[in-house]
Design a binder for this molecule. Structure first.
Ligand code: CP
Ligand code: NVA
Length: 307
């Protein structure tokens, strides 16, 4: 059966670790100019219905480094932009390509693409999930903290794609996850229910709170994301009010462990979800995180295409 990465739950804890280990190896190889050509003659199609800097460039470069080729497919130019059904698109693209990465709005569209395609599909961000980013974050956290099991990660902000992928990944790896969201911006109920179940099964905690200080207490890692995601531009003003206080700043950091690291998937809005001061103090971590998108996505592609 074709293996996909449509959502974080498509990978078990063991598979996440397998991908992180391969990503570490691929990072070492690229730093030492070791060519491996693991995906020689393979082609990745990259469908974008939303903007991107990191996802586009890291997937395209990653495929090149693995000896393959990547095609940027804007939905504005594809026939799906003019109403061609996703199931026909999936069946056509499966005849040309070896793998598809898609960034879109509805999770259902990614699921539909996978249902009708015979090649692996990778979610490059939907309104519900951002699994590639979470894998890069976990890789970065492991680089800084050396171990994942037993850590506490605190996420401050919107309970949408980033938070939802984190709350599924963390319990599978033995990580306590604490999420502080304003009223009305919590994750979908089915994610909350599933995260609680996974936390129970893995003897870790998942806590959903309103107070950023409570979430940040004794955390090893503090993470945030924009207050208004792509597609929510019309809500930006309303969200600025609702998210006031949901910011990583020096006083919030005092609640975390003294050696806590700070991550941000980028793009960042300084003085909204993070202060410029904290951002710059933790820039090494944040840009390592951005770099690790490249290495971890190469590992994901190798795992799925070679499956
Ligand atoms: N973090 C992230 O996914 O960045 P892009 O939107 O630039 O791809
Ligand atoms: N939550 C953000 C993440 C951007 C990488 C968005 O969906 O726009």
């Amino acid at each position: 059966m074709t293996k996909h990465l449509l959502k974080m739950d498509d990978f078990s804890g063991e598979e996440i670790i397998e991908v992180l280990n391969l990503a570490d190896q691929l990072k070492y190889e690229v730093k030492h100019n070791i060519n491996n050509n693991l995906l020689k003659n393979k082609t990745l199609g990259m469908i974008f219905e939303k903007s991107s800097t990191r996802t586009r460039v890291s997937f395209e470069t990653g495929m090149y480094q693995l000896g393959g080729h990547a095609l940027f497919l804007s939905s504005r130019d594809l026939q799906i932009g003019r109403g061609e059904p996703i199931n026909d698109t999936a069946r056509v693209l499966s005849r040309y390509l070896d793998c598809i990465m898609i960034r879109t709005f509805e999770q259902e569209k990614v699921n539909e693409l996978a249902k009708f395609s015979s090649i692996p599909i990778i979610n490059g961000l939907t309104d519900d999930e951002h699994p590639c980013q979470i894998l890069a974050d976990l890789m970065t956290i492991r680089e800084y903290k050396k171990i994942l099991k037993g850590l506490k990660i605190a996420f401050i902000g919107d309970g949408n794609n980033m938070a939802q992928s984190f709350m599924i990944a963390c319990p599978k790896l033995g990580i306590d996850f604490s999420l502080a969201c304003p009223n009305g911006y919590t994750p979908k109920p089915e994610y909350i229910e599933y995260a609680n179940k996974l936390a129970d099964e893995n003897n870790v905690t998942f806590s959903l709170v309103h107070s950023p200080a409570e979430a940040a207490k004794d955390a090893d890692v503090l993470i945030t994301d924009v207050w208004a995601s792509m597609g929510q531009e019309d809500e930006a003003e309303r969200r600025k009010i609702a998210f006031t206080g949901y910011q990583i700043n020096t006083s919030l950091l005092e609640h975390a462990k003294p050696n806590a690291i700070v991550l941000h998937c980028l793009p960042a809005h300084r003085e909204e979800e993070i202060t410029a001061e904290v951002f710059e103090a933790h820039a090494d971590e944040i840009f390592d995180e951005a770099e690790n998108r490249l290495h971890v996505q190469k590992a994901v592609m190798v795992k799925l295409v070679k499956h």
